[in-house]
Design a protein around this ligand. Sequence first.
Ligand code: GL9
Length: 836
Amino acid sequence: DGKEIWPRGDEKTWKAGMRGIPNTVSDITNAIVYHVQSTLARQAYNLDNLGAYQAVALSVRDDLIVKWNETQMQYTRKQPKRAYYLSLEFLMGRTLDNALLNLGLKQQYKAATHKLGFNLEDLIDAERDAALGNGGLGRLAACYLDSGATMELPLWGYGLRYHYGLFAQHIAPDGSQLEAPDPWLDTDNPWEIPRQDVTYDVRFYGHAERIGNGKAVWTGGQEVLAVAYDVPIPGYSTNTVNNLRLWDAKPKRGFDLNSFNAGDYDRAIQENSSAETLTRVLYPNDNHMLGKELRLKQQAFWCAASLSDIIRRFKQVEKPWSEFPEYVSIQLNDTHPTIAIPELMRMLVDEEDVPWGDAWAITTKTFFYTNHTVLPEALEKWPVPLMEHVLPRHLQIIYDINMAFLQAVERKWPNDRERLARMSLIQEGEPKYVRMAFLATIGSAKVNGVAELHSHLVRETILRDFVDFFGKSKFANVTNGVTPRRWLDQCNPGLSNLITDAIQKPKAVWLKDLTLLKALEPFAEDSVFLKKWALIKHNNKKHLADYIKTHLGITVNPQSLFDIQIKRIHEYKRQSLNLLGVIHRYLTLKAMTSTERKKVNPRVVIFGGKAAPGYFMAKLLIRLIVNTARTINADADMKDILTVVFVPDYSVSLAEILIPASDISQHISTAGTEASGTSNMKFCLNGGLLLGTVDGANIEIAEEVDSNNVFFFGHLTDAVEDLRHQHKYHPIPVEERSPALAAVLKEIEEGRFGDPTIYQPFVDTIRLSDYYLVTDDFDSYVEANKMVDDAYVKDPEEWTKKTILTVSRMGKFSSDRAIMTYAEEFWNIEQFAIKF
Ligand code: GL9
């Protein structure tokens, strides 16, 4: 009769027992004390910050769960179309502060913890980062979840519950990077809800037998159990709390009792450990593909479990399969989840008896593919023999997809064999490879890049033939964004509060419509405001200086220009160029008299970032940076003029300290190599100006904030190919190309920064191949740095104006804008407010 019936027992009793969201300080202190006493079984007298953090986190978790339950229940009742973001990486960082701000409970918790004798900021600092990602791609996924919940979209994330996140970075006495494991789950993780009842079987290896009509039966091999862990994702100032579901691997049937009884203990646990290895560790490569079997198994495991879960949910609505795309959209975050395409085909065709053609129509309406890089070494290709071994049925399906696809290509361009070879999902050779980007492209409704230039390059280079085949409309751009909650309000509360006062809009309004920052523009002419603004930057720099002093023992003067480059260490990102520029500055300063030197504007150059453990050149560069810093910082002539800092173990929570403290940040990749960059957006949003190449999202930032407020240098994308050709076939010695750079290299080779034989491979790449065009861009880089110095010293007020104008024009780069573009233009999902 349409009336809802309470499922069990007395409704009043149930409801009376249900928790609401506490909002008085005394409710909150009670909840915290309850968790100290009951959940943690501890007492007040010896409670340390970690224990207090845990109790506070458990209390906040309770608050999140109330809204999480309500959100999921209302989705289930109304069955709106949902979108799923499949990502192998979610670089979440810390959760407590973000959850408090999004729930609007920070002030209450501050008061409550104070009453209990703790300082909330110390407790926030006791939390470990969840480092389930490598860099930009993983952090983007985390920003998108925040925006999805804030924009009240029915959006879930699916990923893996790695037991070890990205390795911790230590610096050895000789200056090189050492990697240590990150066992982040060793301390209890209050931000996840284990769902031992939500499990799926996933098969590997075995045999696939075709049985006609495109169908097959896949048997044997290994079966592993996927267990769900749910991470609540609260929206900012909404009732929505979405879900990030992470899969953990468990052996399917505990012990093999037969072998155990026979006394073969080793064999009995073998299956177990092999299953549990699956979700052991995040692969630490950024922008680089490594063809490891375990990685392929991670991908297949996660895709199979996620699709089983999505299909189970779809079955609740009792609609025909043809309507699947009206209830489900799936975004593929890079090619890592591409195996989901043949996996959905397998489930539909083999398990649900959907005819092949219908299944393909459903599949190609369901998936959307985001490409995140055009670097050839990063494009995923799996050896056919490996895939045949691990996923025999998926390989059959890929061959069938390929056959039909190539027949269509043949119809469009008859007898063009070269084109068929170029476009085939299978790259010929010994061995053959499956080209995952091509599979993702033909299996998806839309393909997008992550900034205008990058999307253009995707269309013109790696997917050019596919644009010709499918037409332009399938290929789109969605420029990346960042969440202004974490990357402004949370990390830079001083600035966020000043903005709120100035524009006279509540945070709950402007932090959800970042274009409202525009109202700041007139304040660039207000001299009182300028002083307040500059003071906040100064305080942020002092805060960073304190961090550097306590953790590294290096004194930096907050009056200096803070120049920061933090990102993964990679040749294409050219930390090399920055370092060589630093050495050039050092040599220039050394050549001055001490009176001349006194007039120079002091600079602190800060580097941070991890190198993939197997990336020799990146690790060598870290060693050179660290040892150069030591030489320069030990030189009395450089005191208060030039300081160089390598901040070890760069992470999300370190970024939150570094970014608000920058005057200038560097985004200096060879043109055409950095797909977007996202920290460039974070720096500009915090009033750090951009020193960069004409690459990725730098271009769109300059378009928005005005190129007067950006320091650009270097060759453009168009020039890169010719320059590389020139390097290869008409090499010009560095001495001729850039005498300034030659002088720098000579210093390294003469041992000024330590044993030169160690650094020879680095010097050689610059001198001999220079694939990333450091020599070509060096002089203009030095020039751009002079412009930075001049602008900063000559007219500090003008500088501050630039930073205000920059912040006021950053509205476009909110991840809210990006996620709404995906929702409206790709997924066709609607905002769904949770009523409370
Ligand atoms: C990356 C690009 O290199 C970045 O330029 C881009 O901003 C991000 C997000 O779109 O994606 N592509 C890529 O493979 N990584 C990126 O950061 N690397 C990883 O994080 C693994």
